[in-house]
Write a protein that binds this ligand. Structure first.
Ligand SMILES: [Zn+2]
Ligand SMILES: [Zn+2]
Length: 152
């Protein structure tokens, strides 16, 4: 997953019943080389993460020579408490992963992924404990999924 020609996808996820959802970029774009994100005088991690505490400690780790995991990029996150969806920048440096606070409660957001469903319909599942996500507005757990062309 190193820069140069790798593209992300735009996903539009909507609850089948009430329409709650998120339109989100997932993956990385052409300008997302590790050098641009984690190194130099103006690393783009600061903007991508948009949380000074997280980006500062991450960049300090990088300066000590910590290993940057190749699997970084825009990812789907949700709160395990109220289930609101967010697009956040995922990365891993040595054992450090960003812990984004939920804006609505005291929880930390967790990454979620696509579970199998019918064509165009998906369920979402938390990566850590495989619990299924459900809609914060109506409790339904199936979403219509439209995946758009790549971006870069
Ligand atoms: Zn719903
Ligand atoms: Zn929350």
């Amino acid at each position: 997953m190193k820069g140069g020609g790798i593209m992300g996808e735009i996903h539009d996820l909507r609850c089948e019943k009430c329409g709650y959802g998120i339109k989100t970029w997932l993956g990385i774009g052409m300008m997302y080389s590790p050098e641009m994100i984690f190194e130099g005088t103006d690393p783009s991690l600061v903007e991508l993460v948009d949380d000074e505490q997280i980006s500062t400690s991450a960049l300090e780790l990088v300066k000590t020579g910590a290993e940057i995991n190749d699997h970084y990029g825009h990812a789907l996150y949700a709160c395990t408490n109220d289930f609101y969806l967010f697009n956040k920048f995922y990365f891993k440096i040595d054992e450090m992963e960003p812990e984004y606070p939920c804006p609505y409660c005291d929880n930390t957001l967790k990454r979620i992924t696509f579970a199998k469903g019918r064509a165009g319909v998906t369920r979402l599942q938390f990566i850590d404990d495989e619990k299924f996500w459900h809609c914060p507005k109506c409790g339904n757990d199936s979403m219509n999924e439209v995946s758009f062309s790549n971006w870069d």
